[in-house]
Design a binder for this molecule. Structure first.
Ligand code: 7TS
Length: 408
C-alpha cells in the first residue's frame, strides 16, 4: 500500500462502512453512483440545523447572518478547491445535471442558432447528452459526437475534424463514469477555443478523485455534484468564467436573484446570486464545505495515488478471470472497473454480489451510447474510493467466482 495512507483509520470516519449487509460486512464499490459520508459531514448538517438554521442573505438577525457566513464560507472553500478566480464564479445548483441544464437553457438558448454545432463525446452521461439534444431540437442546431476508440479513449483526431467555425459549444466529460477514462480536457478546451467555441467540462467523476484546476484547464464551465464528493445529496456546483456568466440571462427567477422588482422592471442581482433563485440548500452547501475540508485534510494527491494502486490491483485480479472482459482499458483511467462476465447478465452478477454484501452498479450507467459502442446491453461496474481496500477487491473476486459457480 501507499506509504502512510491510513485506510483503516480513514474507514472509521465513515460510520456506514462498519455495517453488515445480508449478513456480510458491507463492501461498498458503487462510489461512481454516490459516495459515503464521513462523520464530520453528517455532523455539519445536524450542527447547522441545531445551531444556526435560518434563511440566508435576508435577515439582519444574528442567526441569519451566521447561516449566511457559513454558506458563503463554503462557497470560498469550493472556489479554492477547483482554483476558480473568484467566489462569484461558483454557482450553487442541485448537482451536475442541473449545472449542465443551466448552461443549456441560459447560455444555449441565448447563443445557439440554427445551423450551429454542439460537440459532445460518445462517452457522455445522459445528463450531458439530453439537454443538448433538446436544445438542438429547439434551435435547429446540430449535435456532433467525438467517437471512442476500442480502448475507450476519445479519438482526438476525429475531434479536430469535427471542429469548425460552426462549433459554438463543446461539452465533454472529464472522467467517464462507465469506462473510467480520463480525458485530456485541457487540450480539448484549447482546440475549441482556437475556433471561438465555449467549453463545458462535466467533472462529476473527476472532482472527487483528482486535483482540478479550472484556470489551468481553461474551460468556460465546470460542473460537479456534492454527493459524489463525500458531501450531501441535493447540492452541486457550476463554475463559470465571470465574463461568460455576466452575459448570461438567469436560468430560474424569483427571490434571491433580484436586486429590485417593480411591475415595470426587474433588476437582476450580481453574480453568483443572479443564478440562485429561491431559498437554496443551505445545509447542503455547508455540508459540501465540510466534505471539501475533509478531502483536503487527506490530500487529493494521496487519494489519487492510493486509488490508482487499487485500480492496478483490481485490474490485475480481474484480468485473471478467463470469461471476464473489462470495458474501458485506457492507460489513463480513474478507479472504475466496468466488466462483462461471459453471457451472464450484469443484473444477475449484481444480485449475487449483493447477497455477499458487495454493492456494485449494473446496467448502462446512464451512458447508453457507450454500451452501444461496445455492442453490449450493460456492464457490472465496481467503482472505488479511498476508503476501499485491497482486501475488499479480493472479496469482489471471490464474489465473482461465486457468480461463475452459480452459472456453471
Ligand atoms: N455526469 C457524470 C459523468 C456522471 O457520472 C453523473 C452521475 C452525472 C453527470 C449526473 O450527476 P447527478 O449528480 O446530477 O445525478 N453518474 C452516476 C453513475 O455513474 N451512477 O449513478 C449516477
Amino acid at each position: 500500500m501507499t506509504d502512510g495512507f491510513k485506510v483503516n483509520s480513514i474507514r472509521k470516519d465513515f460510520p456506514i462502512l462498519s455495517q453488515t449487509v445480508n449478513g456480510k460486512p458491507l463492501v461498498y464499490l458503487d462510489n461512481a453512483a454516490t459516495s459515503q459520508k464521513p462523520q464530520c459531514v453528517i455532523d455539519s448538517l445536524s450542527n447547522y440545523y441545531q445551531t444556526v438554521n435560518s434563511n440566508v442573505h435576508r435577515g439582519v438577525h444574528t442567526l441569519s447572518q451566521l447561516a449566511t457566513d457559513d454558506y458563503e464560507a463554503a462557497r470560498s472553500k469550493i472556489r479554492s478547491f477547483i482554483n476558480a478566480g473568484s467566489d462569484q464564479e461558483i454557482i450553487y445548483t442541485r448537482g451536475t445535471t442541473e449545472s449542465i441544464n443551466l448552461v443549456a437553457y441560459s447560455f444555449g438558448v441565448q447563443n445557439i442558432r440554427s445551423g450551429d454545432e454542439i460537440i459532445i463525446s460518445g462517452m457522455e452521461h445522459h445528463s450531458n447528452i439530453v439537454p443538448w439534444q433538446l436544445l438542438c431540437e429547439q434551435t435547429g442546431a446540430v449535435l456532433r459526437i467525438i467517437p471512442i476508440t476500442d480502448s475507450g479513449e476519445l479519438d482526438i483526431n476525429q475531434y479536430g475534424a469535427l471542429l469548425s467555425d460552426k462549433t459554438k459549444l463543446v461539452s465533454v466529460v472529464h472522467q467517464s463514469n462507465a469506462l473510467g477514462t480520463i480525458n485530456s480536457v485541457k487540450e480539448i478546451t484549447a482546440m475549441a477555443h482556437s475556433l471561438g467555441a465555449v467549453v463545458l467540462v462535466d467533472g462529476a467523476q473527476s472532482a472527487p478523485h483528482m486535483k482540478v484546476d479550472v484556470q489551468d484547464i481553461g474551460c468556460d464551465f465546470f460542473a460537479f455534484s456534492g454527493h459524489k464528493l463525500y458531501g450531501p445529496t441535493g447540492i452541486g456546483v457550476l463554475y463559470g468564467k465571470s465574463e461568460v456568466l455576466d452575459n448570461m440571462v438567469p436560468y430560474q427567477s424569483g427571490g434571491e436573484m433580484i436586486k429590485s422588482v417593480t411591475f415595470d422592471k426587474t433588476i437582476f442581482n450580481v453574480l453568483p446570486h443572479k443564478f440562485e433563485a429561491g431559498t437554496p440548500d443551505i445545509a447542503g452547501a455547508i455540508g459540501l464545505g465540510a466534505a471539501i475540508d475533509y478531502v483536503n485534510d487527506i490530500g487529493l494527491d494521496a487519494i489519487n495515488s492510493y486509488e490508482s494502486e487499487l485500480l492496478a490491483y483490481g485490474t490485475a485480479k480481474l484480468e485473471q478471470i478467463a470469461s471476464l472482459r473489462i470495458i474501458g482499458t485506457s492507460s489513463h483511467k480513474g478507479a472504475v472497473l466496468s466488466f462483462t462476465l461471459g453471457d451472464i447478465h450484469p443484473h444477475d452478477i449484481g444480485t449475487i454480489l449483493d447477497s455477499e454484501g458487495i454493492a456494485i452498479r449494473t446496467g448502462h450507467h446512464c451512458a447508453q451510447p457507450v454500451m452501444e459502442r461496445y455492442g453490449i446491453p450493460a456492464t457490472a461496474r465496481a467503482s472505488m474510493s479511498f476508503y476501499n481496500t485491497k482486501e475488499e477487491i479480493d472479496t469482489l473476486v471471490t464474489g465473482i467466482d461465486r457468480v461463475l459457480e452459480v452459472f456453471s
